[in-house]
Design a binder for this molecule. Sequence first.
Ligand code: FAD
Length: 219
Amino acid sequence: MRALIIGAGPAGLTAALVLRRSGWHVRLVEEAPRLRTEGFSVPVHERGRQVLASLLDVPVTRGPVEMSRGDLVRMLAREVGEICFGVAAETVPHEGWDLVLGADGIDSPTRGRLGLDGRRPTGHVLLFPTGEAPGGDPWRADGIDQIVLPRWSVGNVMLIGDAAAASGASTGYGTTVALAMGYEVATGMTRGLTLDEIEARLRPWVTEQQAAARRRLRA
Ligand SMILES: Cc1cc2nc3c(=O)[nH]c(=O)nc-3n(C[C@H](O)[C@H](O)[C@H](O)COP(=O)(O)OP(=O)(O)OC[C@H]3O[C@@H](n4cnc5c(N)ncnc54)[C@H](O)[C@@H]3O)c2cc1C
């Protein structure tokens, strides 16, 4: 079986690892010229820790654990093997694959290609340090958005992680959802489930994570 996975973040790396270990031929493409290891520490909740424990021999602990995003993607990428860097989602045909996974983040161009749109502002704003030299603007303000879609797949193409169901930057839920979606979708495919069946199993839990993220923003 052959899969194209677009985006080498936590969601795409996890799905690629599961599928390759199950004997699938996987082409993992990433727009950036190298692994994107930027980012602060991200909380990984219990379900995410379970995914990491089963794939990377990381012990499962109770409650959320703070990990550097860079360390997380490096750990996954070390196990994954080949990643085709410098390849943008917009340039790869979706035809000719048994499965295409759009793991290309909150602004997912793959989602746009599927004609799905579900950006929901939470009404909150996040200030990012820009890292600009003195004299430049040290902060950038972005709205905190969630992605809520009526469906995650069209034909053989499925969205996972932030592309399908972003919880909202800084809420602390995005990485766990990305790990769980990558793992469950890939595992479901190796067990012969349809994309609709996989979505039906995952959606209640993902919806609850997004609701918890909104509650956290209101608190
Ligand atoms: C560089 C970076 C830093 C981050 N820092 C933090 C942080 O500090 N704290 C936090 O809570 N969350 C952070 N996040 C978001 C966090 O990683 C996600 O919320 C969560 O882990 C979901 O993971 P994901 O794999 O779905 O998406 P992402 O982690 O966003 O990964 C998506 C991947 O797809 C790639 N991609 C995007 N567009 C294209 C395209 N057109 N073609 C091919 N590939 C493409 C991106 O380069 C990226 O590697 C960051 C994300 C990135 C990309």
